[in-house]
Write a protein that binds this ligand. Sequence first.
Ligand code: MN
Length: 207
Amino acid sequence: MAVTLPPLPFAYDALAPHMSARTLEFHHDKHHKAYVDKTNKLIAGTDLEQADLATIVRRAKERGDQKLFNQAGQAWNHDFLWQSLRPAGGAGPSGDLAERLERDFDGVDGFADAFKKEAVGHFASGWAWLVLGDDRLEVISTHDADSALVHAGKTPLLVLDLWEHAYYLDYQNERPKFVDAYLADLINWEFAAANLTAAREGKRQAA
Ligand code: MN
């Protein structure tokens, strides 16, 4: 078993004009693929050769193997990114997630304000996340290849890639416009809701 490059869960042109086919071709077929390929090179012949990607990310972090962590973390984050996006996304969440957004951010608009502030204010490359913290929704950002997956007590629900390769072809240096498009037209709230449900089930089982 090796780490694989999952296909995009939508057509290359499905997110246009908010995210162009050209951006997705480069981002998925070149950038994401390179992280997967380099991860596989680094785990070949090691005790992690048969491990799943999330395990590889966690072990690399525990062992302080920054070289492997950078490649595997980026591979995992990109898997999570594609699922965080959908064509005609951005429509309001429902159910438990909507209630929590109301309680923790005064609603979807309050969440969007907090997320935009975090994503635009994040210096250089990284990732902006909606996570479930200690029974509270939180917006955080991580640097470079760092992942909410390995932040204690945080369960990732949604992510946005803040590396320039994610938006430069479509928005050049205008990260705020890219973040606006994500919030208004691309967020996959069903994915976030499924992650929230899974996290709460997991916590119930652990309790
Ligand atoms: Mn990327």
